[in-house]
Design a protein around this ligand. Sequence first.
Ligand SMILES: [Zn+2]
Length: 333
Amino acid sequence: MENFKLSWQNLFGHAETVEHLRKNIADGKFPHAVIFSGAEGIGKRLAAEICAAALLCDNPIDGAPCGTCESCKLVAAHTHPDFYVVEPEVTKSAPNIKIGQIRAMQTEAALRPINSARRVVILDGAELMNTAAANCLLKTIEEPPSQTIFILLTANRSSLLMTIRSRCMTINFDKLPATQIRDALIQRGVETAEAERLSVIANGSFGRALTLKDSGGAQIREAALDTLIKISRATLTNEDIFKQGAIVAEWSRDTFADFVTHVQKILRDITFADVMTPHNPDLAPRLSEIKIPERKIFAMIEAGVEFHRRLKSNANLRLLAEAYLFTLRKIVR
Ligand SMILES: [Zn+2]
């Protein structure tokens, strides 16, 4: 039990929400369709998986999964036959959930549960359903299979169909205070100044703070942003590129992969600002300074995908980094 990853103790913050969810589960009153609404990395997914484990557990304890029964282990391993997760498919441009994925889920959900008394379906990134997929899901939520519980996770509730919203109970996962995130980071051994910085960038999400910490903190993202601003202003010199190449040469391949990922996320934030929840909400004012035509941004994103692939070969890291920056600059010129 101590080390069971789907334990409420592992969810950071949200004490009142957790209390409420546990009570619903313990009283057998968990809604048939529920929306967990809140920013990316805030803990919605972990909370949903803990709920699923508790709902499918053979011996739940006050709305918490026991952590030792067969069901709990299978949910944690994502192999429980009555536990189904739908996630956006990552495409070259914007990730989305397609109607085929919803149909495949519906076929499963219509069947009788196999191991447990019920079935739990998690739809992560529900706002990324296209209209056809959303309408298809709506039919199921209107007349849900009696044993199936749907948990929709969204960072942008307002972009879900009104008809879906009105049929689901909404549970809000509020942003956490920066001080709470800072203290938790310090507790995990992060230096005070760095914890301070990360807690601000994390924008209320502890998961995001941890991701940033693991990707070399805020500096890598800053380097990515700085590079893009220079490219957009046509001020990125050959010397800048060789200097960055020398810096990258000291990095691990994973760190350079993170750098490319940050560039990709920033480019997506610029292009999909109107339709997607931004990866970097705190950067919004600075991103508006980057003026690059959309078709060039698409070409830059494509280049990022290509360099991610090349990183897996044993190409020289420094040369690869320089080639990447030269490529981005050439696209924009
Ligand atoms: Zn259990």
